[in-house]
Design a protein around this ligand. Structure first.
Ligand SMILES: Nc1ncnc2c1ncn2[C@@H]1O[C@H](COP(=O)(O)OP(=O)(O)OP(=O)(O)O)[C@@H](O)[C@H]1O
Length: 251
């Protein structure tokens, strides 16, 4: 369970203070796949970075697996980050000199984990994401979609229960985007992992259980997917149209 309660965050530049998040309240259930959308500058990445413990905030609470982030030391936050969270970024962040298999194992190698257990888990992830055949290839030899699926597998090697993804389909064509989103659905179904994704891609968001739309640092609307993806996408597009601005890459 991930909860954000009455969150306020501002940035200070020189003597000026720029408020970015105002009284944000979000609650995400275990195993839910939730997207966060909204115009550029509405505070989506800031919210994700607060949840990751990468940046501080002035007021409010973030509760991850029952732990209030504010009560934790830097060291304890790092432990939560390593054990409970997996990260996926727009730019994949794979190491060019390592194969797909080695990239996936990297977070576990850093932790000096049990090699045989790691190998077994990496093989399971390769199979889930349909990348077993490219496990010995290097990032330069694979497609964008395969790179991102490798990155999702890497995010899961330490068995987190929450994946935080910032624009995971931002650098992909529509077919590769779909393959990445389907990998998140697999993650949710087979491993029960919660996925929280920032995106401008309404097609990608239409696969989610719920979409939270932000406007000017506030939660503007929440839309629940009742199972009809086409209907959900139409609803989403209408809300984004009402928002105006550059909030939708698919229009
Ligand atoms: N480190 C920072 N220092 C000062 N201001 C910042 C900083 N990071 C972000 N901002 C400002 O905070 C606001 C929210 O930024 P944020 O990146 O969270 O928005 P976003 O909704 O993720 O935007 P985008 O969709 O373009 O990625 C913007 O006005 C941005 O300029």
């Amino acid at each position: 369970m991930l909860e954000v309660r009455n969150l306020y965050k501002s940035y200070k530049t020189g003597s000026k203070i720029y408020p970015v998040l105002h009284d944000v309240n979000i609650s995400i259930n275990d195993g839910e796949f939730v997207s966060i959308m909204g115009a550029s500058g509405s505070g989506k990445t800031t919210l994700l970075n607060c949840i990751s413990g990468f940046i501080s905030y002035e007021k409010g609470e973030i509760i991850l697996n029952g732990k209030r982030l504010k009560d934790l030391s830097e060291e304890e936050i790092s432990v939560v980050r390593n054990e409970n969270l997996g990260f996926v970024f727009q730019d994949f962040m794979l190491l060019d000199g390592l194969t797909v298999f080695e990239n996936i194992c990297m977070p576990r190698i850093i932790q000096n984990g049990d090699w045989r257990k790691m190998e077994k888990e990496a093989n399971k992830l390769l199979e889930i994401f349909n990348i077993s055949e490219i496990s010995d290839k290097f990032p330069v030899e694979i497609s964008g979609g395969q790179k991102q699926r490798t990155a999702v597998a890497r995010a899961l090697i330490n068995e987190p229960n929450i994946i935080l993804a910032d624009e995971p389909t931002g650098n992909l064509d529509s077919k590769s985007s779909e393959s990445v989103i389907k990998s998140f659905i697999e993650v949710k179904k087979r491993l029960g992992v919660t996925v929280f994704m920032v995106t401008h891609d309404s097609i990608a968001a239409s696969y989610c259980d719920r979409v939270i739309v932000m406007k000017d640092g506030r939660v503007f609307k929440e839309i629940i997917n009742n199972g009809n993806r086409k209907e959900f996408l139409d609803k989403l597009l209408n809300i984004l149209k009402d928002l105006g601005g550059d909030n939708n890459d698919n229009e």
